[in-house]
Design a protein around this ligand. Structure first.
Ligand code: PRX
Length: 670
């Protein structure tokens, strides 16, 4: 094992407005020089066996991207071949134009002719402990039936279906059924509140909602149908809902609108040929946070997304027929789309889904699952890894984890300590770790090691995948020198890039394409080291990663000011050992109200109701006034400094009212 450990990462961020890159530079002071070459045994069996081979592939892809992409797309089934691989008029991209295909066909029907018909497609474990296995043949049967159910409810090609479910196989069935008939799915994370659900349903004009009575989580029930009922009080476009019975608890069923899943399925035909769809036909919209209060509907289309999920799963996880692959992400996030459902099924792999919490009934639940199901590939988030570290080694040590052959990480920068722990304690010092950088917008993994080829460094996502033209640039667009912090951009189009923000082309253009002409701006700060390895520093906009959830501070602020006692709010992040970041809200009240500890709790609950429990601030601090520039902008940089260190070091020359700051710093705000 390589040596050395002296690590500290830091970034300076400022109030980025979304359409201009920040003024201040990004400093990265991370020092990490351990290198782990791939194990020779792993490389010998891998799809890409050496860094030389990676470089050859990357060179070939850069020299002739179109033939590179079409070579991959040809491995999947198309009902009609494409005319052009790419039509690119920045920022509008169209991939595999004129081609016709179907995601559900490629995930299911394609595997039915041979032995995979009886292979496990999904192994599901419920939190209470029951296990269900669906073979490719069975999954195809269920998906075909549910596709007919959707049609019987009047859902048409091109229309939107909202899915608000927990981690149950039916969530995957619903997604695949939408894809089969060409309906666009909009999966809304089950942790979102009724208000958040309503906003996302309305923004996407969803015609139907698929939900369930409740979901099991940490021994209790999350009442999904109850929240859905409240959301549906203000969703004019929803004509019908389908409700899966999961927990068996009482729910109210609205006559004419609400239908039980099992009743509709009982009479549905299992014959439903996959609809041949244009390559640019909508596949899904998925809402994510940006730097304004309104969530962004990230819009992905069929052909490019399918090719990318297929390719990246093969390359990065080196997926094999023998693998039992487990990605712990929820289906409500993009990782759940690309790497719980589509990527593994496109590759004919076995994907494991688990319904509940990692520490239920005991903190060893994940290791127990790995041992019992002989999981070989495990893909999770740094925040989870840090929790496992806190719970202690004794939990994984009690279990046989020798079935594992590859580990993955996603969602936020992984600190080298967590990386090393993951490698030693979970991976038995033998499994490669793939730290995968990507975003909801990119549709799939962009920067990651190829496990048989790329030497890894703890904390680095390493190198772009072949075909991805990523760089770290200065504000003026020139490339940064090695180890100079800058902005992460992608300079050429790739198949699964977002096509737009649903219903808001202008915001799409402004957010991603206005900073650098023709290049995609990620919103992340990064540096490349002397070997060209990428080290992601973090967001440079007002987006924060809390326990792997991407949250816009503006969204939380607008939730806070919707409370009748609140006048103004500013939300900033403070580094947190487990969650990566914790949210601190500075709140001023309307004159007639007084701060109290009860009000703090009430405000936290209010955010929980408006957005969901994931968005509740860790801490609420009341203030008489918030520090503002003379032009009235809240100086978040100062608040961030107060939240992090209690001190202010930066330039305060533009501050309007110094006394507000003094009070915040002295903790006199209450
Ligand atoms: O800041 C980056 C961080 O997560 C952001 C994307 O969040 P989201 O769209 O919710 O997608 C999460 C799953 C892909 C990025 O802009 N991020 C994601 N993966 C990594 C990461 N930061 C560092 N290293 C990663 N591997």
């Amino acid at each position: 094992m390589a040596k050395k450990k002296s690590v500290r990462a830091e970034s300076s961020r400022n109030g980025y407005a979304g359409d201009t890159v920040p003024e201040s530079s990004i400093t990265s002071v991370m020092v990490e020089d351990r290198v782990f070459p791939p194990e020779s045994g792993f490389s010998a069996e891998a799809r890409v066996k050496s860094i030389k081979e990676y470089r050859r592939l990357a060179k070939r892809a850069a020299a002739d991207p179109e033939s590179f992409w079409s070579g991959i797309a040809e491995e999947l089934t198309w009902f009609r071949p494409w005319k052009n691989v790419l039509k690119w008029k920045p920022p509008a991209a169209r991939w595999f134009t004129g081609g016709r295909t179907n995601m559900s066909y490629n995930c299911l029907d394609r595997h039915l002719d041979g032995w995979r018909r009886t292979k496990a497609a999904i192994i599901w474990e419920g939190e209470p402990g029951e296990v269900r296995t669906l073979t490719y043949g069975q999954l195809h049967h269920e998906v075909s039936k549910f596709a007919n159910v959707l049609r019987s409810l009047g859902v048409k090609k091109g229309e939107t279906v909202a899915i608000y479910m927990g981690m149950v196989p039916e969530a995957a069935i619903a997604m695949l059924a939408c894809a089969r008939i060409g309906a666009m799915h909009n999966v809304i994370f089950g942790g979102f509140s009724a208000e958040a659900l309503r906003e996302r349903i309305n923004d996407s004009n969803a015609k139907a909602l698929i939900t369930q009575d409740g979901a099991f989580r940490r021994g209790t029930e999350v009442l999904l149908k109850d929240a859905a009922d409240r959301a549906l009080e203000g969703t004019p476009t929803i004509a019908s809902t389908v409700v899966l019975r999961r927990t068996g608890s009482d729910v109210t069923m609205a006559a004419g609108r609400d239908h039980w899943w099992h009743e509709l399925m009982a009479s549905a035909s299992a014959v439903c040929p996959a609809e041949p769809l244009d390559s640019e036909h909508p596949l899904y919209v998925l809402y994510t946070s940006g730097s304004t209060g309104k969530p962004k509907g990230i819009y992905h289309t069929l052909g490019g997304n399918m090719v990318w999920s297929y390719y990246t799963s093969r390359m990065v996880f080196d997926l094999r027929d023998e693998d039992i692959y487990w990605c712990t992400a929820d289906i409500g996030w993009v990782t759940g789309h690309a790497y719980v459902v589509y990527g593994p099924l496109l590759n004919g792999a076995t994907t494991l889904m688990y319904e509940g919490a990692p520490n239920w009934p005991e903190p060893d639940r994940f290791w127990d699952i790995i041992e019992r199901h002989r999981v070989s590939i495990f893909y999770t988030a740094p925040t989870a890894i840090r929790s496992f570290m806190r719970w202690g080694e004794s939990h994984p040590r009690r279990h046989d984890l020798t079935s594992l052959r590859l580990l993955g990480s996603v969602g936020e920068p992984i600190n080298p300590e967590a990386w090393m722990w993951y490698r030693n304690v979970i991976g038995g010092d033998r499994c490669p770790i793939v730290d995968t950088w990507w975003q909801t917008e990119t549709g799939g993994i962009m920067i990651a090691p190829l496990p048989g080829a790329t030497p890894t460094k703890p904390g680095s996502a390493t190198l772009p995948l072949p075909g991805i033209d990523a760089d770290v640039v200065r504000r003026d667009g020139t490339s940064c020198k090695p180890n100079e912090g800058g902005y992460l951009v992608v300079k050429s189009p790739w198949p699964s890039m977002l096509r737009t923000i649903y219903g808001d082309d202008e915001r799409f253009r402004k957010t991603y394409w206005s900073n650098y002409r023709g290049w995609y701006f990620t919103g992340d700060g990064a540096r490349r080291d002397a070997d060209g390895y990428f080290w992601i520093i973090g967001r440079v906009d007002d987006v924060v990663n809390v326990a792997g959830h991407r949250l816009g501070t503006a969204e939380i602020e607008s939730a806070l000011v919707s409370h009748r006692q609140v006048s103004e709010a500013a939300v900033v992040a403070r580094p947190d050992e487990i969650k990566g970041n914790a949210l601190i809200a500075f709140v001023t009240l309307k004159a007639e109200f007084t701060p109290s500890p009860e009000l703090k709790e009430e405000l936290r609950d209010h955010v929980g109701r408006e957005i969901g429990h994931i968005a509740k601030p860790e801490e609420i601090r009341f203030a008489d006034a918030l520090p503002k520039t003379r032009s009235g902008k809240i100086m978040r940089r100062l608040l961030r400094e107060i939240a992090v260190s209690g001190e202010i070091h930066g330039d305060m020359t533009t501050l309007e009212d110094l006394s507000s700051l003094e009070k915040l710093r002295d903790g006199e705000e209450e």
